[in-house]
Design a binder for this molecule. Structure first.
Ligand SMILES: Cc1cc2nc3c(=O)[nH]c(=O)nc-3n(C[C@H](O)[C@H](O)[C@H](O)COP(=O)(O)OP(=O)(O)OC[C@H]3O[C@@H](n4cnc5c(N)ncnc54)[C@H](O)[C@@H]3O)c2cc1C
Ligand SMILES: NC(=O)c1ccc[n+]([C@@H]2O[C@H](COP(=O)([O-])OP(=O)(O)OC[C@H]3O[C@@H](n4cnc5c(N)ncnc54)[C@H](O)[C@@H]3O)[C@@H](O)[C@H]2O)c1
Length: 479
């Protein structure tokens, strides 16, 4: 009888080779742990292959087309703008290929990680089956990500609906693209395909796009989408699909050549052996974790989209690093609550911390500067936007930036909030002129001026100026 394979023991078993798993495995290996990473498909995960990288690459092509069409307003005539979708696809593929080596099995191996290409499932509290072979682990990190949600709408399986996973296989630009869902994916990709030449309709059950975002920011994005030719069908749910037609509640319908479903994502937890390992799910079907990213099994941690956290690569990476450090060193580090987010529409929407709406409920101060008063925005003709700061006393606790490159401005604000900086810190920092970040400074200055206008402070200041004037007068008359 053949002997059953003996099990190998590792310090950290990482299941999943997306951002959370990659960062987790690198962290553990750097700390000297015997680390095994198992990936069932391609290392790099959603972000590299079907998420951030291809979407931002296609947005770059779309922005180039839109800028070329709009160049006349700057006195530059380009003639008719045409889009060669095959070359757009080549650009997307090249971006992925350029970044891929950083996330590759070779890079992991060079960092000291043992990479197994295959499936992993837990079989007990400290055991797993990895590509059919038993493995014993001192700790495990679940980083299996999330998959696009396809809602159970009647007939949806009859039309070969696209998702963010399959969209990238399109060889031709669809003439009519209907996007179900007006969240970040629906808005970013809806705008991109419209700018590339598709007739796009975005359908959302809510009465606005980008549901959880600042209402004024969402309104600016909706207006920009409409200017790009996107039809918005808001407050309308998809109820039934038949080939070429999406029926909406209320009785109307929208024709399409291709349907893109972008109504959210669901954590990948099936066939992972969670019950055998005593790992519990939360009420939303995500792996339940405590503040240190530990699951209900004290040997098992989880990171990234599988925890149902806001689905962002930067957060997945932070999760991976913290969870792996905790698992290997027995620490209880927690994830910083200041998490920035950017939707890369044109204009971009960048937010962090307390929102203006929450600020109003809590009686905090909101300082807002319209980009129509920001010199760089005026010079570039990019004045559709604003910067709002949320201030608690003098401390910065949140902000929203809408406009070109808003995501770049957000870094400074995120650091300021994380470090508990004040509007005086921001206003007292010399900023290069002219940048969109001038709006941050202007909003901070507005806050300082408003505080100086307080009768007590302005009275004290007037008194100080008067005393200084008297002293000067006395000194002069003594000379
Ligand atoms: C279109 C789109 C655009 C996006 N744009 C942005 C953006 O601009 N900025 C941003 O921050 N975020 C963006 N995101 C979100 C971002 O892609 C995800 O939050 C991030 O990639 C999640 O990383 P992860 O490691 O948690 O999961 P994933 O990247 O999904 O990795 C999980 C990995 O686990 C593997 N796996 C699953 N089960 C097993 C198993 N049993 N055994 C072995 N391997 C397994 C999977 O094959 C996968 O490779 C975007 C997403 C989409 C869809
Ligand atoms: N720039 C970024 O960071 C970025 C970009 C893309 C995606 N992502 C991440 O990926 C996740 C998934 O994005 P998403 O846009 O698919 O999901 P989402 O959950 O953010 O938005 C889905 C939208 O679909 C609508 N919807 C749901 N069911 C519907 C129905 N039957 N009919 C009509 N509308 C319906 C919802 O009202 C919602 O507005 C996001 O949560 C985000 O964190 C991030």
């Amino acid at each position: 009888m053949p002997k059953p394979p003996t099990s190998e023991t590792v310090d950290l078993l990482v299941v999943g080779g997306g951002t959370a798993g990659l960062v987790g495995a690198h962290t553990a290996a750097t700390l000297g742990a015997r680390t095994m990473l198992v990936e069932q498909d391609r290392t790099g995960g959603d972000c590299l292959w079907t998420g951030c990288v291809p979407s931002k690459a296609v947005l770059a092509a779309a922005t180039a087309a839109a800028d070329a069409r709009a160049a006349g307003r700057l006195g530059v005539d380009t003639g008719k703008v045409t889009v060669d979708f095959a070359r757009v696809r080549a650009h997307v593929a090249e971006a992925i290929a350029t970044i891929q080596p950083q996330d590759s099995p070779e890079a992991l191996t060079a960092a000291g990680v043992r990479v197994v290409l295959g499936r992993a499932a837990l079989t007990g509290p400290d055991t797993a089956l990895v590509d059919g072979r038993p493995v014993r682990f001192r700790a495990a990190l679940l980083a299996t990500g999330a998959a696009p949600l396809v809602p159970p709408i009647e007939g949806i399986d009859t039309v070969d609906a696209l998702t963010s996973e399959t969209l990238w296989d399109l060889e031709e630009l669809p003439r009519r693209l209907v996007v179900l869902g007006g969240g970040p994916i629906g808005c970013e990709l809806g705008q991109a395909f419209a700018r590339l030449g598709s007739e796009v309709t975005v359908v959302d059950g809510l009465d606005r796009v980008l549901g959880p975002e600042d209402a004024d920011a969402a309104a600016l994005v909706a207006a920009a989408l409409r200017r790009d030719g996107v039809q918005l069908r808001l407050g309308a749910e998809g109820t039934r699909v038949e080939p070429g037609l999406l029926h909406l509640d209320g009785g109307s319908s929208v024709p399409f050549d291709r349907l893109l479903v972008a109504v959210g994502r669901r954590p990948r937890t099936s066939d992972l052996g969670l019950a055998a390992a005593g790992v519990e799910l939360d009420e939303h079907g995500a792996v339940a974790v405590d503040g240190s990213l530990r699951t209900s099994n004290p040997r098992v941690w989880a990171a990234g989209d599988v925890t149902g956290t806001p689905f962002f690569t930067h957060l997945s990476g932070m999760h991976g690093s913290i969870a792996a450090g905790n698992a290997v060193l027995g620490l209880r580090r927690t994830v910083d609550p200041v998490v920035p987010r950017v939707t890369y529409t044109s204009p971009e929407v960048a937010s962090v911390g307390v929102s203006p709406a929450e600020a109003r409920e809590r009686g905090l101060t909101v300082r807002r500067v319209e980009h129509a008063t920001v010199d760089r925005a005026v010079a570039e003709g990019g004045t559709d936007g604003f910067t709002s700061l949320v201030v608690d006393g003098r401390r910065l606790v949140g902000g929203v930036v809408v406009g070109p490159r808003a995501g770049e401005t957000l870094g400074e604000l995120t650091l300021a909030i994380r470090k508990g900086l004040t509007t005086s810190d921001l206003a007292g920092t010399t900023h290069a002129y002219p940048t969109y970040n001038d709006a941050l400074v202007d909003a901070a200055v507005e806050d300082l001026r408003a505080r100086l206008a307080d009768p007590l402070i302005s009275g004290a200041l007037r008194a100080a100026v008067w005393v200084r004037g008297r002293l000067r007068g006395t000194q002069r008359s003594e000379r």
